[in-house]
Design a protein around this ligand. Sequence first.
Ligand code: SAM
Ligand code: DTB
Ligand code: SF4
Length: 374
Amino acid sequence: MPVLSEAEGPVLSEAEGSDPTHTAPTRAQVRALFDLPFTDLLFRAAGVHREHFDPSQVQVSTLLSIKTGGCPEDCAYCPQAARYDTGVGAQKLMDAADVIARAQAARDAGASRFCMGAAWRSPKDRDIEKIADIVAGVKALGLETCATLGMLTGEQAGTLKAAGLDYYNHNLDTAPEHYGQIIHTRQFQDRLDTLGHVRDAGLKTCCGGIVGMGESRDERAGLLHALASLPAHPDSVPINRLVRVAGTPLAETAELDPFEFVRTIAVARILMPRSMVRLSAGRETMSDELQALCFLAGANSIFYGEKLLTTGNPDVAHDQRLFARLGLQAMVVPNDTAGSLGNDSEGGGCGGHCACASAARAEPLPMHAAPVVA
Ligand code: SAM
Ligand code: DTB
Ligand code: SF4
């Protein structure tokens, strides 16, 4: 980390333990980062990003809703909650063959990770058996696998790990003190418990949240403080901008100032230097210029493909053109090591994502072949 004076923002001290980047920031320090002048914050975040990653490389995941709608939870942002009239119908779990065919198409289109989402509060054990078969089939394609299925027991997390699951996504969603305004059917502590089971099973964690849900800057700082205070930094940190879906209680929420969104990305990058920070939901309504600022601030992962779970995402041609205009490339995960890369907790290094000599590269993907703008 560059040497900084207090005038340039808080100096984050190193925590004890194996990860020297796992600093123990106070909530006041996180808030102080948010309060930096915009360009100072971006300058600092971009420096941290370059210490740990090649900033031209962006990890590309594709998302598929394998069990859509009909969810019993009351998450105020979610189009899949059965209690809100959003037009999203309840469907049953997709067949394994159909999911695997979609994963193959995603891989051929350039994705390195395939994320499968299910609108469950928590899966039943019989669901986990089916998911294990699906995970094994997707993994066999050479893709990294990720699932987000709701709350898990320790045993369920172990079964998924044994099936070849690499990542489990489970978000904190918002600051602990704002949580009660967004979700009532499960508690913040339930989320921490599931994340503990996921870590204990040896799965990599994907954990972030949503901004633009009417929270204050202090509450955005609270979310990032909670994420950076987890026992280990999440390997991936999705920062979602609320997709305001008609029929949900948050449909009419005022749009977050775009610079505030960029600040959130930048502070996440500074606090969790080795994590993949994903510019997640909400890209469809972001300008190319706003996304470019997010990449400058340290975002290095996106969802690629025209749909998230139930809502839209930029079309593939647009993303290819954006990558070409910005000189970005899709990060490659070599087939033989899919699942062994990531925020390396074993090797103590960057896990292959950075520009160092040991970072693995493979054949160019379609994202690389996008036409360069004249
Ligand atoms: N049901 C599981 C759960 O809640 O953990 C998995 C699926 S859930 C849709 C995964 C995540 O998607 C949520 O935690 C939330 O962060 C994000 N999400 C859902 N709806 C969103 C929206 N309208 N805008 C932004 N992010 C959203
Ligand atoms: C995450 O943090 N964002 C993704 C993924 N994890 C599962 C989901 C975004 C969902 C946006 C609303 C929808 O498409 O239904
Ligand atoms: Fe259900 Fe997940 Fe949506 Fe909450 S976020 S309503 S748990 S699908």
